[in-house]
Design a protein around this ligand. Structure first.
Ligand SMILES: NC(=O)c1ccc[n+]([C@@H]2O[C@H](COP(=O)([O-])OP(=O)(O)OC[C@H]3O[C@@H](n4cnc5c(N)ncnc54)[C@H](OP(=O)(O)O)[C@@H]3O)[C@@H](O)[C@H]2O)c1
Length: 270
């Protein structure tokens, strides 16, 4: 076992925890010999031991780790935190738990805990995620570098203050739902104009993926790209005109506001 100063613990290693762990081991951001996982579901142990990490069943059995990735479901946090226990040696806790703020984490795990809350999104499954790192004031630049390296293995990362949580949740967190809804509508529209449904699904998915890649890698922002592909008097311009007539931007604005407001309500226990 590595020196405790280098040791990383995972509390819960289900879908999200395992995606981070597997990608970070592959990328060499984590070393298997210095990683210990507390996972209570025995059916999830083999894929961990196969990768050479140590596994225990309860957070209470974790050896002291100076950094801990909390990847249980939000409703499981209180129980997992009680098992892990408070500690005032000053460890880093990186949490992916939606809606659990840094105050609750410090309260449960010790006031000297340095906390970074992370909001990843669904495309982390194909390592094309967007993870927003929200450090509490106690987190150090080295803590942020570590969190950036971990989540950089499953997509892009950005940093924002924790006060941005519900805005971030409404944009990149819920965003895959909006884009999937747009894809669904485009496939239905394609079928309406006579395209085979299976082919339509490919046309739409690849158009969305390729446009996303063009926005990331090209030098045009979204407004400039929209203008560049819409020749005056052409087909794209005609399609965009129909979207403007139905106030497409307002639909998106309303979706983001509704998601942000719902996040705040959930946090207030409503
Ligand atoms: N999956 C996503 O796409 C996604 C996206 C953004 C954020 N997140 C966040 O990631 C977190 C984890 O989500 P997930 O989808 O990975 O959930 P998950 O697949 O259910 O993984 C959680 C794992 O932790 C285990 N666990 C719970 N309490 C434990 C305890 N006290 N000791 C040891 N193990 C314990 C669970 O075991 P049991 O099954 O036996 O309870 C489960 O195997 C959530 O807080 C969620 O908000 C997930």
């Amino acid at each position: 076992m590595a020196d405790i100063a280098d040791r990383t613990g995972f509390v819960g290693c289900g879908e999200m925890g395992f995606m981070v762990l597997a990608a970070a081991l592959e990328a060499g951001v984590l070393e298997a010999s210095a990683t210990v996982v507390a996972e209570r579901d025995p059916s999830r142990h083999a894929r961990l031991t196969d990768r050479g990490v140590s596994v225990v069943t309860s957070p209470g059995e974790l050896p002291w780790c100076d950094r801990v990735i909390m990847a249980v479901r939000p409703q499981q946090f209180a129980e997992a935190a009680a098992e892990l226990g408070r500690d005032d040696r000053g460890r880093l806790v990186v949490s992916v738990m939606a809606g659990i703020g840094s105050d609750s984490i410090r309260e449960a795990l010790g006031e000297t805990t340095r906390v970074i809350c992370v909001m990843p999104n669904a495309p982390v499954r194909v390592r094309e995620g967007m993870s927003v790192l929200m450090p509490a004031s106690s987190a150090t630049p080295a803590d942020l570098d570590l969190a950036g390296s971990l989540f950089g293995t499953i997509g892009a990362t950005a940093e924002l203050p924790e006060s941005a949580l519900w805005g971030v949740t409404a944009v990149s967190g819920s965003g895959p739902g909006y884009v999937a809804f747009m894809a669904e509508a485009m496939v239905a529209a394609a079928v309406d104009v006579g395209i085979d449904p299976e082919v339509a699904a490919i046309l739409v998915s690849q158009t969305i993926a390729g446009t996303g890649r063009l926005l990331i890698e090209g030098d045009l922002d979204a407004a400039a790209l929209r203008q560049a592909v819409a020749t005056p008097g052409g087909t794209t311009e005609a399609g965009l005109g129909a979207m403007v007539d139905r106030d497409f931007p307002e639909t998106i604005r309303a979706a983001v506001r509704a998601a942000r407001d719902r996040g705040q309500q959930l946090a207030d226990g409503q």
